[in-house]
Design a protein around this ligand. Sequence first.
Ligand SMILES: O=C(O)c1cc(C(=O)O)c2c(n1)C(=O)C(=O)c1cc(C(=O)O)[nH]c1-2
Length: 606
Amino acid sequence: NDEVQKLISDSKNWAIPTGDYANTRFSKLNQINKDNVKNLQVKWTFSTGVLRGHEGGPLVIGDVMYVHAPFPNTVYALDLNNDGKILWKYEPKQDPNVIAIMCCDTVNRGVAYGDGKIILNQADTTVVALDAKTGKVVWSVKNGEDTAGGKGESGTSAPMVFKDKVLIGISGGEYGVRGHVTAYNLKDGTVAWKAYSTGPDAETLMDGEKTTQLGKPVGKDSGVTSWEGEQWKQGGGTTWGWYAFDPKLNLVYYGTGNPSTWNPVQRPGDNKWSMTIFARDADTGMAKWVYQMTPHDEWDFDGVNEMILVDGMDISGQKRDVLVHFDRNGFAYTLDRGNGELLVAKKYDPAVNWATEVVMDPKSKEYGRPQVVAKYSTQQNGEDTNTTGVCPAALGTKDQQPATYSPKTGLFYVPTNHVCMDYEPYQVSYTAGQPYVGATVSMYPAPNSHGGMGNFIAWDAAKGEIVWSKPEQFSVWSGALSTDGDVIFYGTLEGYIKAVDKDGKELYKFKTPSGIIGNINTFEHKGKQYVAVLSGVGGWAGIGLAGGLLGAEGAAAWQQAVAGQKAPTEEEKSISTAGLGAVGGYAALADYTTLGGQLTVFGLPD
Ligand SMILES: O=C(O)c1cc(C(=O)O)c2c(n1)C(=O)C(=O)c1cc(C(=O)O)[nH]c1-2
C-alpha cells in the first residue's frame, strides 16, 4: 500500500502496529537517546476505561493517535494537538459470551490504518472499517463463527494492510478451530482470497508441485494426508500472531498455531500445516514456500510469532535477504525469505531441552526437523502420564510479544520467557464451540537458573548466538522497540517500562499503573519525540489476575505451597493448572500489580 508505505517511511508516525512491514519495530527517531533517556518524564496519560490485558499499541498518523482496548474493543481517536482530547470513540456491541471462548484473556493486538480507514478485528470476529476522520462504520464483515452455535472462533490479532487489501487471522486453536487467513479488499470488505492452514490444496492455496518446503515440492493435499481421517477439519493451525509483507518479492509471511488437540496421541501424523511459516503471494494467496518448525507438536508450541525481515544479512560471507523468527519452541530460525532455505536454527535460551537440535544437513532424511528428546516426548510417555521438566513451557521461550531489530547494531532484542512445565495429555472428544484442549499443564521458573521467569536478550541471527541476557523476575510479555538514539525499550509484567543501551545496561525505568503486555512505540509531534505504551496486565501469563482466577490470598497461599512451606490444599493444587497452567506459575504477580488499562506517553523535559 503506497499510502501506508509513505506514512511508515516518515518516522514521525507509527503507521502500522509492527512499525514497518518488515516487523523491525526500529525507529529512526533519535532525539531521545542513550544519554538523555534517564530524564524521560510522563507527558500525558489516558485511561482506556477497560480492565484486563492490553496488548499491542497505539497508531500515530499525523496529528491523530488511535488507541484500542481489549474486549469490548473500544477504539479512540485522540488529538495530539490537545493532550489527547477525544476526537471520536467507537464501541462495538458484542455478545459478552465471546469472553468465555478466548483462551488467553480478552486481548486485542491493535488496529490498522489504510485508505482513510481504521480496521478493527473484534473479539467476536467481526471486522469493521471505520472512517479514520469520523469513526463511522464504512464496512463490516464477519470473519468467523464465534459463540452462538459457532465453532469457537475469536479475533485477537492486529490486521495488516498491504496493497489494496487487509489481512485478518483467526483464533481458537484450543477449540479445534481450523486456522485461516483472509485478505479482504480494503475498499469494500469483499474477500480477495482466503487460505486455510489444513485441508486440501484448493483450500490451503497450495500447489503440490510448486509449493516447496526446504526446496522440495510438498506433494498433493499435504494438509490432508498428514492427518488421520478427517482430523484436519478441527486441526487448529490458527493464525493469531503477526504478519509481515515484502513488497519487492510480493509475499506475505505469517506462522500458524498448534494442531488441535494438545493431546498428541490422539492425532497421528505431522499435522500439516500447523506450526508452519507460510510465504504467500500477496495477490493470489498461493503458498510459495512453507516450513513446518514443529511437526506433530506435543507441547503447544504455536508457530505464530512475528517474522522479522532483514536485507543483506551476512551469513557465512554471503549476503542474504532473510526472515528471522523466534519460535515458541525455543529455536530462533533464520531463513532465506525468497525460497525458504533454512540458514540458522539455534536455541535462544539455554534452558530449552525438549529437542537437541534442528537437523541442518540437506542430505539427511531428518533435514529441518527438531530432534526430540524421548524423556520430554509427551507422545512417547503417553496419555495420562505427567511428563515433567519440559523446557520451554507451553507459552514458549517467546510468545506473541514481538522482538525488535536494530540495523545499527545488526542485533535482535528479544523479550523472552524462562519457564518450564509439566504436561499431561488426556483423551478429549470434539464438540463444536467447546474447549478441545486435552492436556493439563503446570508451569514454573526454569530450574537451576536465576530463579526468574524471563530474560531480555540480544541475539545474533547470522551466528545463532545470544550476545547478552538480562534476567527478569517475570516473563517479558511486552513488545520491544529500538531506535536510532541507541536505546532499546521494553516493558515488564510488574509494570515497569525500561530503557537499556546496546549492551543491556539499564538506563531508565518507570513503574506504570499496571503490568505491561503492550508493545512500546515512538513518534514525533511538533518537533518532539515521544514514547508511548499501554499498561494493563493480562494475556496468558497474566490470566490469573485478568480473569480473576486467583485472589491475593490465593496467590500468597500458592506461593507458600510452591516454596514447600506448607502442603498444598486440593484447591491450591487445582490453581496450579488453572488458566492452562499460567495461574500457578505467575501467582506472585499479584504482589506487584493489578488490573488497569492506561496509555502513558513519555517525553523529555521541555
Ligand atoms: O491457538 C489459538 O488460537 C491461540 C490464540 C491466542 C490468542 O488469540 O490470544 C493465544 C494462543 N493460542 C496461545 O497459544 C498463546 O500462547 C497465547 C498467548 C496469548 C496472549 O495474548 O497472551 N494469546 C494466545
